[in-house]
Design a protein around this ligand. Structure first.
Ligand code: 6PG
Length: 462
């Protein structure tokens, strides 16, 4: 393992705990010392430099990188090309951009070195106790490490959350889309929290109990579970809920934005993931928001509907469920289109299967999604699956009502509303794109097709 940050160290300890001998190296020698301390009693060693690390490995060697994506990954790979021998395998387990992965695989092939781009999800805890693993590259190279990956991956009903994703950058592309869905789900939950807190005037502890309750039903998921946990936590300085004390500017390392950009390039609509990226950008501009807030009165909070808080919470739960399904649907369609375009050979049922455990977007809904793609592997949209379309139908009315609460109140609900409008648009047979076509033909003679006969038409005398 090159890179002994918390992720690298924890993954290596996981490897060693599963009976594989493992060695690690980090530029920062203190991290090597930490590895030895944490791995006492296990077959782990720490090397002082890269040549020393490589000399400890059986040939052909397997070297995994868990270093920051981008230039540092390239620098380490360049150093390894000098030290490795043909037949060695380099695995990039970071959140690398898929185009970098394609470039690195082709480059290393010219040196006789194997390369796998592997998405790993589950954060620091997942790395230690079992992540979800998304490997891409040449299948025979994957087979070399398959036993190890199966041993360290999370298990759901004894099935390891790892599967060969496909050729070249398939693994990193799937991980990127995983993160895009992660952004969407987090934003949806943040909007639900905002509505409960500001519109329903619920204290954090009560909101935490609602999330914990949702986690017992259809919305059972890691992100709902940790939302309950973080809202319960008290700040040790002020005694306030710690979430209240956290500055409202969201960070991002880029994978959500990459998902949006790739969807634009591939012509796939993923508005809820886009909305989540956009909201992180708006959140980051705190100074502008503060100035703009002084100029506007966004109105009063909406009145509670008959039935009171319980009814409002039931409707909100339904809206979040609809928005979650729409987010998965957008991500899955993007994967399907990318698989055709880049010839990855993705198996969407397998992807849903390995996302059920270990990763950040794990949820009960992924079981339904897996079944949908098992029944119909080339399903173009999850909204056509009989079970999921019924689930959307069940929540639609409540979801629309919750969206009106966002519209009528000062609380922005960009992701929940965008997911609803995506669903409505996708289920509308006749959209007003006829007017757009007429406008295009008017100003640019771009022509249009007709509803009543084949061919291409232009109106001369608009
Ligand atoms: C995971 C996470 C992990 C990381 C994100 C955070 O699957 O384990 O997605 O990869 O926490 O990259 O991304 P942002 O910093 O962009 O929120």
């Amino acid at each position: 393992m090159v890179g002994l940050g918390t992720m690298g160290r924890n993954l290596l300890l996981n490897v060693a705990e599963n009976g594989f001998g493992a060695a690690g190296y980090d530029l920062d020698v203190r991290k090597g010392a930490l590895l030895l301390e944490e791995g006492r009693g296990l077959d782990v060693s720490a090397a002082e430099n890269l040549p020393a690390l490589l000399s400890q490995l059986a040939t052909p060697r397997t070297i995994m990188l868990l270093v920051p994506a981008g230039g540092i990954t390239d620098t380490v790979i360049e150093e390894l090309t000098v030290l490795c021998e043909p037949g060695d395998l380099i695995i990039d387990g970071g959140n690398s951009h898929y185009l970098d992965t394609d470039r690195r695989e082709a480059y290393l092939a010219t040196k006789g070195l194997g390369f796998l781009g592997v998405g790993i999800s589950g954060g620091e805890k997942g790395a230690r106790t079992g992540p979800s693993i998304m490997p891409g590259g040449r299948r025979e190279l994957y087979q070399r490490v398959e036993p190890l990956f199966r041993a360290i991956a999370a298990k759901v009903h004894d099935e390891p959350c790892v599967a060969y994703m496909g050729t070249r950058s398939a693994g990193h592309f799937v991980k990127m889309v995983h993160n895009g869905i992660e952004y969407a789900m987090m934003q949806i939950l943040a909007e639900a929290f905002d509505l409960m807190n500001r519109a329903f005037r619920m204290p954090y502890e009560r909101i935490a109990r609602v999330f914990a309750d949702w986690n017992n039903r259809e919305l059972e998921s890691y992100l709902v579970e940790i939302s309950a946990a973080v809202l319960m936590k008290e700040d040790y300085i002020t005694g306030q809920p710690v979430v209240e004390m956290i500055l409202d500017t969201a960070g991002q390392k880029g994978t959500g934005g990459w998902t949006s950009r790739s969807a634009l390039d591939l012509g796939v609509a993923i508005p809820t993931i886009d909305a989540a990226v956009t909201m992180r950008q708006i959140s980051a501009q705190k100074h502008l928001r503060r100035m703009t807030a002084e100029r506007f009165d966004l109105g009063d909070m909406p009145r509670m509907r008959d039935g009171g808080l319980d009814e409002n919470l039931r409707e909100l739960e339904a809206a979040v469920r609809g928005a979650f399904i729409a987010s998965y649907a957008q991500g899955m369609t993007l994967l399907q289109v990318a698989s055709q375009e880049f010839e990855y050979g993705l198996n969407l049922a397998e992807i849903a299967r390995i996302w059920r455990g270990g990763c950040i977007i794990r949820s009960a809904l992924l079981t339904d999604i897996r079944e949908a793609f098992e029944a119909q592997p080339d399903l173009p949209t999850l909204m056509l699956d009989p079970d999921l379309s019924r689930q959307i139908g069940d929540v639609l009315e409540d979801w629309r009502y919750v969206t009106t609460q966002f519209v009528e109140s000062p609380v922005p609900g960009m992701a929940i509303a965008s997911a609803l409008f995506y669903t409505k648009a996708a289920a509308t047979e006749r959209l007003p794109a006829n007017l757009i076509q007429a406008q295009r033909d008017y100003f640019g003679a771009h022509t249009y097709q007709r509803t009543d006969k084949d061919g291409v038409f232009h109106t001369d005398d608009w």
